[in-house]
Design a protein around this ligand. Structure first.
Ligand code: FBP
Length: 285
């Protein structure tokens, strides 16, 4: 008898759906007539990918909740089990210019909203020239290529390279707090470092995972929690980068330790090599 593993069922479902989501972007580059719970205009593709993942993930045995950045309320499924939080299309404003986007997921063993310490697995799909998946579980990060519903390992035990190369920081520069801006100038002044910013967190974080470095969407003057959402973006990405040997921070401590009070709460996100995140925390202290 095979024992079912709901975590693996969830990841397999997302990886099978990714090829379909990618193909379904064609013809869905327009705006939907709706806003998401954070007040942002949704793309047709956001709504469509969310409906597709909601239907498939909520029907898996052992999934008790499905939540997404694109819907206000949690879908309650089984009485107990895992909670899945998804950003169906991270960076969907890149659809118009045909640039990189992703799908982010976090699998928690507590009801949502939950802290990152309740994650049992997390990962993302990157719709680049090739569709890839990066998935962390049990402190181990694995990278796959996804083709036609198949998931093929391309790298076991992915870790951040020791010498950081890339940096990318979101938000408008005039909106950055002075201490953050001073830190950015310090990072830029290192001749080893290169700017890589594409406007989709997943693309930028994947550069950091590949080359080493730092990605941040920081606190802004008029938005002290930044832009990115804790359940759907901050926690899953923090979990992946920490499992790959790096650090995540809200500016003071690990994102995974941030108290979860609201499903759609925002959090300042800084992830990357330990040396750069330690220095960032010192600069913001
Ligand atoms: P969405 O989830 O609404 O797409 O927003 C997230 C995001 O697109 C991130 O992927 C990216 O890092 C950030 O917003 C870019 O925001 P901005 O356009 O303000 O730089």
């Amino acid at each position: 008898m095979t024992v079912s593993d709901p975590v693996e069922d969830i990841v397999a479902t997302i990886s099978r759906s990714a090829t379909e989501i990618r193909q379904g972007l064609v013809g869905r580059r327009g705006k939907a007539d709706e806003e998401n719970p954070s007040g942002e205009t949704q793309a047709e593709a956001d709504v469509w990918a969310d409906d597709l993942l909601a239907e498939r993930l909520s029907s898996i045995d052992g999934v008790s909740q499905y939540a997404s950045e694109e819907r206000a309320e949690i879908i309650d499924c089984d009485d107990d089990g895992l909670s899945v939080a998804v950003d169906p299309l991270d960076g969907s404003s890149n659809l118009k210019s045909n640039n990189t986007m992703g799908t982010v997921f976090g699998i928690y063993d507590e009801p949502l909203p939950a802290p990152g310490t309740a994650l049992v697995a997390a990962g993302y799909v990157l719709y680049g020239p090739i569709t890839t998946m990066v998935y962390a579980r049990d402190e181990t990060v694995t990278k796959y290529e996804l083709t036609g519903g198949e998931r093929t390992v391309v790298e076991h035990d992915v870790t951040l390279p020791d010498d950081p190369i890339t940096y990318g920081f979101g938000g408008r520069v005039p909106d950055w707090p002075d201490d953050f801006e001073a830190y950015v100038r310090e990072v830029e002044s290192n001749p080893q470092h290169k700017l890589r910013y594409g406007g989709a967190m997943i693309g930028d974080v994947n550069q950091v995972l590949t080359y080493g470095g730092i990605f941040a969407y920081p606190a802004l003057e008029d938005s002290p929690n930044g832009k990115l959402r804790l359940q759907f973006e901050g926690n899953p990405i923090g979990y992946v980068i920490e499992a790959a040997g790096g650090r995540s921070s809200n500016g003071e401590y690990s994102i995974l330790e941030v108290e979860a009070t609201d499903l759609h709460q925002r959090v300042p996100v800084h992830v990357g090599n330990t040396s750069l995140i330690d220095r960032l925390e010192a600069a913001l202290a």
